[in-house]
Design a protein around this ligand. Sequence first.
Ligand code: 6PG
Length: 233
Amino acid sequence: MIVETPTDLAESAGRLFLEAARIASAERGRFLTALSGGDTPRGMHRLLGQEPLRSQIPWHATHLYWGDERCVPFQSPKSNYGLAREDFLRYIDIPEDHVHPMPVGLEPEPAAAQYEEELPEVLDLLFLGIGRDGHTASLFPGQDALKEQKRRVLAVKGGDPRVMRLTLTLPAINRSRQVVFLVGGREKSMAVQTVLEDPQALLPAAHIRPAEGALSWILDKEAASRLTRISRV
Ligand code: 6PG
């Protein structure tokens, strides 16, 4: 899906979140979703904490996870959980034990092992962003983590900021029922085109192929500006 503006991006993602929440809670009694980090999803996150979305989402049936996290204090402006708390968690009526931040208070390796225990086998909806280098979650080009076939959460180092991070692995991501890339801005247009139109480049984001689930992209016009074949999104 290609939308005009960043506001459209946030609104489209918010509607998709609501739809997925309604379907999952109706079919399975609960909605298991993982959020991405960085700046791109913040517009959507803010909408989740405001009317009309806030009161339509079945928060009592929803469990929130994260696709990756920086090993920094939640108070840090670099914390994905900390930003989500600022943007919407503090405004919604969700049971406390339904919010599952990655345990960054532990050393990275034990934190990854603990989160692996907490993470559901199959998520209903997982959001991803993409970096200019084609990374997604905290899976960066050339990292051994891209080769992981068994572990579902790993501790890695990389990105900007270059810190220790926790990330879902490809096996964990590709088990999801629905994976949605949310991408905005011209600075991502090259990475988007490479992932969608040059599969040989095999950027980390190109490894996202849900085994049985659905993969979709919500792009603003800027991020989609280099696409020659828009049929793929
Ligand atoms: C993170 C994210 C990461 C992000 C991309 C895009 O923790 O950094 O999960 O994968 O989605 O780096 O980040 P922006 O949205 O800030 O451009």
